[in-house]
Write a protein that binds this ligand. Structure first.
Ligand SMILES: [Zn+2]
Length: 357
């Protein structure tokens, strides 16, 4: 028995090792700004999944397409085997699922929740003692599989409305929704008439003056894009944020990347977005592995874009979860133990906003 258990564990470890290699290869292949922009456009379509899982789905779908197993170069909706069954669809014979990383959670209990060291993990089926607080936390990852809709057959999926916009137009409600989020953080939004007023830039975030300026003499799409870029700075790069980048280069990459994801999620043309040479900025941070930096940046960007998008009342492109599935059960975004940067910042900024407005 013991041996079997160990074998299973070893097999899982090996699979995880392979998956990690796949992931590293996929991330390492994002060398130019254009590669990075492509990855972000793809991530916008699957934004409710972790950046790592987005990369894994992207890479494995591309391989399946090259091998002639799927008809389209890009997947549209992905879900697990049983989830497809819940939607009345069956994975076709011979179709291999895409391996992703699913979170493994454990339950923890404590009688003194404030004391971080007091939490103990509950065993399977173990109940907390009376008066103890309980919470779930991610303790690891395991391999899981998902399939694209094109690898399944059965009931027809309902069609969701897709945003359609003309060149130069901003999606309905986008500017107002972004502006509201800027103001909620206690920033005044200014439209300047000339770029010379903000040193030649299209937009500017001033943390000291608590203002966000956007040039008013650009078309609506460019203004909305600029506002999304500045909102990303507001959310991610405040002086009080520990994770604020010492390297301005990464801050600009992050802000432009968030803007691209927000734009792509609205079906906007994102070909004008300029993101510098990725290998260059990733190699710029001393002592860190460039692949890790790209991964970490991707996840920060995705989380920030997702938090912005979730608070907009605009028509957005699908996020890759098949219509009809509950979002929580459908997407297995590994949750980290500590709340992520942007959410934390939002909570803090809300307090500030409450005082100033
Ligand atoms: Zn910027």
């Amino acid at each position: 028995m013991m041996a079997t258990h160990q074998d299973a564990r070893q097999a899982q470890e090996e699979k995880l090792g392979e998956l990690h290699e796949k992931l590293t290869d996929a991330v390492a292949s994002l060398v130019t700004g254009d590669d990075w922009a492509d990855a972000l456009r793809f991530a916008a379509r699957f934004r409710s999944r972790s950046f790592n899982n987005v990369m894994l789905i992207w890479q494995q779908h591309a391989a399946a397409f090259e091998a002639g197993h799927v008809p389209e170069p890009y997947p549209s909706y992905v879900a697990g085997y049983k989830q497809w069954q819940m939607l009345g669809r069956q994975v076709d014979k011979g179709q291999h699922g895409y391996q992703i990383l699913a979170p493994v959670t454990g339950r923890f209990a404590s009688a003194t929740p404030q004391d971080a060291a007091s939490w103990r993990r509950l065993g399977r089926g173990e109940r907390p003692r009376s008066g103890e607080a309980v919470r779930s936390r991610m303790v690891g990852v395991r391999p899981a599989y998902v399939w694209d809709v094109s690898q399944t057959s059965g009931d027809v999926l309902p069609e969701l409305p897709e945003p359609r916009i003309l060149e130069g137009e901003a999606p309905t409600g986008l500017w107002l929704g972004l502006a509201a989020q800027v103001k909620e953080r206690g920033f005044e939004l200014l439209r300047v008439s000339e770029k010379s007023e903000i040193s030649g830039a299209n937009g500017l975030t001033d943390f000291a003056a608590r203002t966000v300026s956007v040039r008013g003499d650009m078309d609506d799409a460019a203004q909305a894009k600029t506002l999304a870029h500045e909102l990303a700075h507001v959310l991610m790069h405040g002086p009080d944020q520990e994770e604020a980048r010492q390297h301005r280069g990464i801050g600009e990459v992050e802000a432009e990347s968030v803007a691209l994801m927000v734009g792509a999620a609205h079906g906007m043309d994102t070909s004008q977005y300029t993101i510098p040479y990725v290998a260059g900025w990733a190699a710029n941070v001393d002592g860190k592995n460039p692949v890790e930096i790209v991964e970490a940046t991707g996840e920060r960007v995705r989380k920030t874009a997702l938090s912005i998008l979730n608070r907009l009342e605009t028509v957005q492109v699908s996020d890759g979860v098949p219509p009809g599935l509950e979002h929580d059960s459908a997407t297995q975004t590994p949750r980290t133990a500590a709340p992520a940067g942007p959410e934390l910042a939002v909570a803090r900024q809300r307090e500030v906003t409450g005082r100033t407005l």
